[in-house]
Design a protein around this ligand. Structure first.
Ligand code: PAF
Length: 282
């Protein structure tokens, strides 16, 4: 495995591989890797001739400075995991490499960036759009791998690829869960043991809501009972619990069984913000 830090280094490596017409797969990450990331990496290795993982905690996608400063950074552990997984290359740029001067670039993702994550984290998807575009321009992968846990991010990146005509095939990988259902996330490391138990409320609520909808309960009633459940649990603060069309990410006010639907949740457990989602009829 080779670690590189600049576009110039990659251009040389890429040229050598291009001569043998190899396909390149990219897994963009912010490090603090867990088994969910390693699932993406395994898919990347399986489906591409050359695997590249980027590790960059992107400052422009954090709308909250404290969240950025507390984001776990574990580069040497991450590199060991990637080496063991059999990755070919790791791109670990500095902030100065990615942003030689502060970016002024503004994307407009329309309604997609005004709902759910977009509403609670203003500017977040602009930062994601900027950094993912930069990574795509620098690495020029044929395939790029993203996790379904960040369902709205996937919809944003799909738009980005379409609107900017990136010749890249997006590959989605299902959410990896802990033994008790908690979705794996780099932020889980920040939970203390009490918060770790309380964090199960996200997955439990999704499973409960799915069952209720399948048994014919109306969405308004389900949503209300979930809000109640959060209100009654100290240390857990619900931000949203919504029903969406899975691919285009449009909010539904009621369950349409014939549409591809997912339930999405975001909540603070203590001061750690977690998200999760569950497909109902994919
Ligand atoms: O999903 C993430 O970890 C990040 O949003 C991404 C796609 C690596 C961009 O910084």
């Amino acid at each position: 495995m080779q670690v590189f830090h600049t576009r110039a280094e990659w251009q040389e490596i890429r040229l050598q591989h291009l001569q043998n017409a190899k396909s390149i797969g990219l897994v963009p990450t912010m490090g603090a890797l867990h088994q969910g990331h390693l699932d993406l990496v395994a898919q990347c290795i399986q489906k591409s001739d050359i695997s590249v993982v980027s590790i960059f905690v992107n400052p422009t996608q954090f709308n909250n400075l404290e969240d950025f400063e507390k984001y776990p950074q574990t580069l040497s552990e991450d590199l060991e995991l990637l080496q063991d997984a059999g990755v070919d290359y790791v791109f670990a740029p500095t902030v100065e490499t990615m942003y030689p001067s502060p970016t002024q670039l503004q994307f407009d993702f329309g309604e997609l960036e005004t709902i759910l994550e977009g509403a609670f984290r203003p500017g977040h998807f602009n930062g994601v759009g900027v950094v993912v575009s930069k990574l795509f321009h620098i690495i020029q992968p044929d395939l790029a791998f993203f996790g379904q846990k960040d369902l709205q991010q996937v919809a944003i990146i799909r738009r980005l690829v379409q609107d900017l005509s990136f010749p890249i095939e997006l590959q989605l990988v299902p959410t990896r869960r802990e033994y008790d259902g908690l979705a794996m996330s780099s932020r889980n490391r920040r939970l203390n043991s009490d918060e770790r138990s309380k964090a199960l409320i996200l997955h439990d609520s999704l499973v409960f809501a799915k069952k209720e909808l399948e048994s014919g309960r109306d969405w308004f009633t389900v949503q209300k009972s979930i809000s109640q459940k959060f209100e009654n649990t100290t240390g857990c603060q619900l931000e949203y619990f919504e029903l969406v069309e899975t691919d285009k990410f449009k909010v539904f006010s009621q369950f349409e069984p014939q549409e591809k639907t997912s339930i999405c949740v975001a909540a603070y457990i203590g001061d750690v913000r977690l998200i999760d989602n569950l497909p109902i009829n994919s």
